[in-house]
Ligand binder design. Structure first.
Ligand code: BGN
Length: 294
């Protein structure tokens, strides 16, 4: 279990990327020293600017405006490594992008990733000036290992990019099952809306992504994947989440519920209690169980 030796704060990361966008760094090669992880943290620094709430390359225009949604519960050490690595990755891909960390507060509840994603979609939709055209649903412990794994939306179908994953310490890529769409999923709002988002009923680890996959089948959508050699990730080490023992039962009736359980009824279930806007990340702190939390 390896945690970066130097304690990195969100402010450090903020400073780091603000410095990088300054013109004096133009055309330099960068190797951030804060982290021992990552495939390749070097990148030719294309001048970037933070404008109207998004990071964007100055000299080219990106095709899409991309929001990266990262649900979080108690894995701050992963989140920081994630931010250092992914900012570099997005810039190498010349994306116009914004990263959202959607943190579940109140530790008495088990992790509810579905509610966090649904809440974030509503939040972003209500900020129409951002004009987001593509959403990346991203686990906080996954670092893409290949730059040709393009984080772009396809018009027709959602894209699942996590075909093979290696644990950093073992270094062997493992292929996951074909039906898996967890890890990293890239889609448009229209796709997400057609699926009615995630189920709000999964508490704890496991199943919510398979539930979404059943919705995909029900809606007769396909899932596309990048070429196998590109769809590879390193997983950061972390503590194991609490298993959801009800996941098998919930999956049985997944598609019966899908039109009444999801994005359409998230409104009264959750509440964003704090919003912290940095340029590196917009940090949403969410109460995922308004009805039962005092
Ligand atoms: C699966 C989990 C997924 C998880 C993947 C990868 C379940 C439901 C069982 C029918 N699914 O086993 O949620 O993303 O492993 O770790 O537990």
């Amino acid at each position: 279990f390896v945690i970066p030796s130097k304690k990195i704060s969100y402010d450090d990361i903020e400073q780091f990327y603000t410095d990088l966008s300054s013109p004096k760094y133009e055309n330099q090669e960068f190797v951030p020293t804060h982290t021992s992880f990552a495939s390749d943290l070097t990148f030719k620094n294309v001048p970037y600017v933070y404008k109207n709430g998004m990071w964007q390359p100055i000299e080219v225009r990106s095709f899409q405006r991309t929001a990266i949604l990262v649900p979080l519960q108690g894995r701050d050490y992963n989140a920081k490594v994630f931010l250092l690595n992914l900012h570099a990755f997005f810039r190498r891909q010349l994306l116009t992008y914004k990263i959202f960390i959607i943190e579940q507060i109140y530790p008495q509840n088990k992790f509810n990733k579905g509610r966090l994603y649904n809440t974030a979609f509503n939040y972003i939709r209500n900020r129409s000036s951002l004009n987001i055209t593509c959403y990346v649903l991203h686990d906080v412990d996954l670092i893409p290992d290949d730059d040709s794994n393009y984080y772009t939306c396809e018009t027709k179908n959602p894209k699942h990019t996590t075909s093979r994953i290696r644990q950093l310490i073992k270094a062997q890529y493992v292929k996951y099952y074909e039906f898996l769409i967890g890890g990293v999923l890239i889609l448009t709002y229209d796709h997400y809306k057609a699926l009615n988002g995630f189920s709000n009923l999964y508490w704890g680890w496991g199943g919510e992504d398979d539930d979404l996959a059943l919705r995909v089948v029900q809606q007769r959508m396909c899932i596309i994947r990048p070429p196998a050699e590109a769809a590879i990730y390193s997983a950061l080490p972390h503590q194991r989440g609490q298993r959801n023992s009800q996941r098998f039962d919930l999956l049985t009736w997944s598609t019966i519920r899908m039109h009444t359980d999801g994005l359409s009824n998230i409104e009264n279930l959750t509440n964003i209690e704090e919003i912290k806007v940095l340029t590196t990340v917009t940090h949403l702190k969410v109460n995922v169980d308004v009805i039962n939390d005092a």
